[in-house]
Design a protein around this ligand. Sequence first.
Ligand SMILES: Nc1ncnc2c1ncn2[C@@H]1O[C@H](COP(=O)(O)OP(=O)(O)O)[C@@H](O)[C@H]1O
Ligand SMILES: [Mg+2]
Length: 309
Amino acid sequence: MPLQNDFVKNVKLYFQEQGEEWLNELPNLIRYCEEKWSMEVGEPYELSINYVAPAIMDDGTEVVIKLCIPGEGFHHELEALKLFNGQGMVRLIDSDAEKGVLILEILTPGHTLATLEDHEDTARIAARAIRKLITPAPAKTILPTTKAREENLRKQIRNHPNGIGPIPRDILDRSLDIFTFLNETTEQRYLLHGDFHHYNVLSSGDGEWTVIDPKGLVGEIEYDLIQFMLNRQTQQNAYEVIGQRVEIFTNELNLNKKRLLLWGYAHAVLSTAWSVDAKDGSYSEDFYRGIDIFQSLYQHHFKKSDMFI
Ligand SMILES: Nc1ncnc2c1ncn2[C@@H]1O[C@H](COP(=O)(O)OP(=O)(O)O)[C@@H](O)[C@H]1O
Ligand SMILES: [Mg+2]
């Protein structure tokens, strides 16, 4: 079975031996699903780290099948899909938790928000897509809170006390302080997507857009928007585009701009750190640029605050 090169590379990079075994078993797993659900699995979509393909049931119903290595990430996605329960989120039709299989409603035409040109229109659509997702945090869940992101950064700093990639120690420490401050002062917690960006929002007909691929997280809505804000900007337009997004999201969703900009700074640092390639030292310049931009936007709007002194 020929597989997309980047997909194979990603699976081996993240899951190593377990990934290799899973890739070898993939044809059997697909056959298992075809039998279990009486379906025929089609050609996969463009893949990154999970095997996602359209499928047709015997009765002609079209669905999407997503095959994942059944570790923590998979269990969190399954939990998040159940908790969102199809509200602004792709609907979960069935699952096999042991084998790492999700059967999802198919979204058509299914192109991503990254196919749109206009930054402002795109941000408005994204804000509407997030609005449909807004749900208070469940009383009991296996999902982590944004405290886990703070702990992740703390651990990275411990392992790299002299800086991570292009980020010097003082910026790492400031970002960690901001994470701590925000987590300690969070008043209302929501069920969050955890990886909301252009490629996880699909057109679902009649001008509607539906969100896919939740990581599952608990925290403030403001935090969930940052990954979207960091994506799809360039050196030439970054300050303007991120600034516009901040205005659109805060207005459309009635958010706290001060906290949003602080989450922006803290998460820009974290996502830059995540992007550093240990082998060649390369990193996401877009995310790195985001650090300065969130700081400048904060200082522009809240001159008197000492958060960045
Ligand atoms: N429910 C769906 N309907 C139509 N296409 C989908 C659906 N779910 C996923 N896809 C397609 O598969 C791609 C990868 O799916 P995604 O869940 O984002 O996987 P990953 O977790 O690997 O990022 C998406 O970008 C999209 O093109
Ligand atoms: Mg995705």
